[in-house]
Design a protein around this ligand. Structure first.
Ligand SMILES: Nc1ncnc2c1ncn2[C@@H]1O[C@H](COP(=O)(O)OP(=O)(O)OP(=O)(O)O)[C@@H](O)[C@H]1O
Ligand SMILES: [Mg+2]
Length: 261
């Protein structure tokens, strides 16, 4: 087993609504290795987004611990956590926290300027590269209310990748996208993973999940099973990469059937 970079230990999350408590996550134990690309699947309401929010420190947990890159983030002060987020984490969430007063490219470069890891010129170049590859370079100067949902989602991905994060957390990153835009996003995720970012992603898409190393199946806030597919091995000389992807998709579909998907 490789180095563990993210670990949840007996992670619990309970919501209390009108006096009734709802145990949304029940003693989740999960280890993510450095360089892994992990998908979380499961029915609507099973706690996938909640798991992503609590394990990334975006939301508080009710009990348990989370170790990120060797540090216990469960008791961390907000200021410390904010710094950790900026430098080592990337986020693509369903509610997208884009700044309404800034245009698309200014939103994307902002975490880069704040982190000060490289010069502003380099941040700008990186942002333009990402936007070009994601097919949204034409939207650079637009207000965030002047682009489509899918364009905004891809802008969020560009922003999440601007500091080349250690871990990228993504909640249905292809949710609002057609198949072309969806494969552009998937390709960018694979590229980020190859460049060293660990990825934890929630997805409903079998096609997207089939490209990840491991799939975790959540039901009622409990991990009910996991499927290990390993890295996609594209041997250009031998097999057709599409053939391998189809094989992975078939394997995933069969497993999901067994899980009751
Ligand atoms: N802020 C909240 N307050 C109270 N209950 C919540 C809150 N957020 C989520 N829940 C409840 O927790 C449960 C899990 O929600 P969550 O959003 O994690 O599901 P999900 O698996 O991501 O679903 P989907 O696939 O529909 O996005 C649901 O029953 C939901 O109603
Ligand atoms: Mg969700």
């Amino acid at each position: 087993m490789g180095k563990v970079c993210l670990e949840a230990i007996d992670l619990c999350k309970t919501y209390i609504v009108e006096g009734n408590s709802n145990n949304v996550l029940q003693n989740i134990n999960l280890k993510i290795e450095e360089g892994e690309f992990v998908s979380i699947m499961g029915p609507s309401g099973s706690g996938k987004s909640t798991l992503l929010y609590t394990i990334s420190g975006m939301d508080s947990m009710t009990a348990g611990k989370v170790i990120f890159d060797g540090e216990d983030i469960s008791g961390m002060k907000e200021k410390e956590l904010t710094r950790l987020r900026l430098l080592k984490m990337g986020f693509i969430f369903q509610q997208m926290y884009m700044m309404k007063k800034l245009c698309i490219i200014d939103n994307i470069v902002l975490p880069g300027y704040q982190a000060k890891l490289v010069s502003r010129e380099e941040v700008n170049r990186h942002a333009e590269d990402l936007m070009r590859r994601l097919g949204i370079i034409d939207t650079a100067e637009r207000e965030i209310t002047e682009v489509s949902g899918g364009q905004l989602q891809r802008a969020c991905l560009a922003r999440a990748l601007i500091n080349s994060p250690r871990v990228l957390f993504a909640d249905e990153p292809t949710g609002a996208l057609n198949s072309k835009a969806s494969s552009e996003v998937l390709n960018e995720l694979i590229k980020a993973n190859e460049a060293g970012s660990t990825i934890l992603m929630v997805t409903h898409s079998e096609k997207v999940a089939a490209s990840s190393d491991r799939i975790i199946y959540l039901v009622d806030g409990d991990i009910q099973g996991e499927l290990k597919l390993g890295k996609v091995t594209v041997k250009s000389d031998k097999t057709d990469p599409r053939e391998e992807l189809q094989k992975r998709e078939r394997k995933l579909r069969q497993w999901l059937d067994e899980m009751g998907w």
